[in-house]
Design a protein around this ligand. Structure first.
Ligand SMILES: [Ca+2]
Ligand SMILES: [Ca+2]
Ligand SMILES: [Zn+2]
Length: 248
């Protein structure tokens, strides 16, 4: 009996070690960006879950504004199986943006994706939760403003998914308060909340960043900048990527 228990204990130890050392290069293109921190792709959590952080970096677009080919999308290889996905917003922010403005703009970003599939992906009802925090696996999909310790990171979306079955089980999103947020159509010197939220919600449903410069007009292009409002609406490639996961 003792021997069996020992063997079991060793087996558990081996699988736990394997899980801890597992690195998923889900955001392999991030390597192209020299400022991407080494630790950004994956932080281990529970032994059966993986976490990946998508960091949206600031960079002035170099290409034109062509819509990009249909191939301008990349899947993470994970998706939600239980729909719709509910999320909560913590509207607290240092830019003086009102709760109504924040929740309606963020919801608009989420629903941009919903409108491209017959599935109800993200819940129409938006929860407000002033206690919601970013980056914690707490069974709460939280959308917050906060200080992210990288002044080149506009926003980050973290995804937790099961290693087996590749199902997304949680996401958290943070808008970095090192930038000024609001409606950039009124003030091009600030970061457009709707523009960035729409990009981040693409991650929340399973889309990866794309860094090819000829794809710079699609929502899932990996860089953005102050005043960018071009990524409020989906391009053909964004729709194609979404529908590859959730159907038309
Ligand atoms: Ca919806
Ligand atoms: Ca959470
Ligand atoms: Zn991104």
């Amino acid at each position: 009996m003792k021997l069996i228990i020992s063997i079991l204990a060793i087996l558990v130890l081996i699988s736990a070690t394997a899980a801890a050392s597992m690195i998923i290069p889900a955001n392999e293109n991030a390597k192209e960006h020299s400022k991407a921190p080494e630790k950004s792709p994956v932080i281990g959590d529970n032994w059966d879950l993986e976490r990946v952080d998508f960091i949206h970096y600031a960079k002035q677009p170099s290409g034109g504004s062509k819509p990009g080919a249909d191939t301008c999308y990349k899947l993470m290889g994970v998706k939600w199986s239980t729909l719709p996905v509910s999320y909560v917003i913590n509207p607290a922010n240092p830019d003086g943006l009102a709760e109504d403005f924040v929740s309606s703009i963020i919801s608009t970003g989420a629903e941009a994706w919903d409108s491209a599939t017959s599935k109800e992906l993200l819940n129409n009802a938006v929860g407000i939760d002033y206690n919601a925090v970013y980056g914690v696996r707490d069974y709460k999909n939280a959308v917050v403003f906060g200080d992210y310790p990288d002044s080149n990171a506009i926003a980050v979306t973290s995804i937790w998914y099961t290693k087996v079955g590749k199902q997304i089980v949680e996401f958290d999103m943070i808008f970095n308060t090192r930038f000024d947020w609001g409606d950039a159509s009124a003030n091009p010197a600030i970061m457009d909340l709707q523009n960035i939220a729409t990009h981040e919600f693409g991650h929340s449903v399973g889309l990866n960043d794309i860094y090819t410069s000829t794809c710079s007009a699609v929502i899932m292009y990996g860089y953005s900048s102050n005043g960018d409002i071009a990524k409020r609406t989906l391009e053909q490639a964004d729709v194609k990527g979404l529908q590859a996961m959730y159907g038309p």
